[in-house]
Design a protein around this ligand. Structure first.
Ligand SMILES: [Zn+2]
Ligand SMILES: [Zn+2]
Length: 131
């Protein structure tokens, strides 16, 4: 593990963080100001190949990254600001089991996303700032 890799994983492992590559870059620069954007992007690719993180395409036009979590989990995505949170649902493991049973495929991964508005965006809508 190089210090850059550690800094990137550190940025990812904070709970409920699903940063974009640019956000990872900003975080890594805080710890290690000389790291280049190219190094961060290359390291993100390497960690993806190694299976340490996974890329989430949430339909927002940019990739978000999630540290690989042994327990699969769905996400909630804010359609207004793009905030991504984990959502822990008891039935999700059962759903995966059932998908495995119901399909003759060898299933390798899964994704489930819910879309809506985060609390901050809901608050903003009910109390629009005075302009
Ligand atoms: Zn939002
Ligand atoms: Zn997640």
């Amino acid at each position: 593990m190089t210090p850059q890799r550690l800094a990137i994983l550190d940025a990812l492992l904070r709970p409920d963080r699903h940063p974009t590559a640019d956000e990872i870059y900003t975080d890594v620069r805080r710890v290690s100001p000389t790291t280049s954007r190219a190094t961060v992007y290359k390291t993100v690719e390497t960690l993806k190949t190694l299976g340490e993180l996974r890329e989430l395409d949430l339909g927002l036009g940019r990739a978000h990254y999630d540290a690989v979590d042994p327990s699969a989990h769905p996400h909630v995505v804010c359609v207004r600001c793009g905030k991504v949170d984990d959502v822990r649902i008891k039935g999700f493991d059962r759903l995966l089991e059932e998908a495995r049973r119901a399909s003759d495929f060898v299933l390798e991964s899964e994704r489930l996303e819910f879309f809506g508005r985060c609390p901050a965006c809901v608050a903003l809508l009910s109390n629009p700032p005075l302009s």
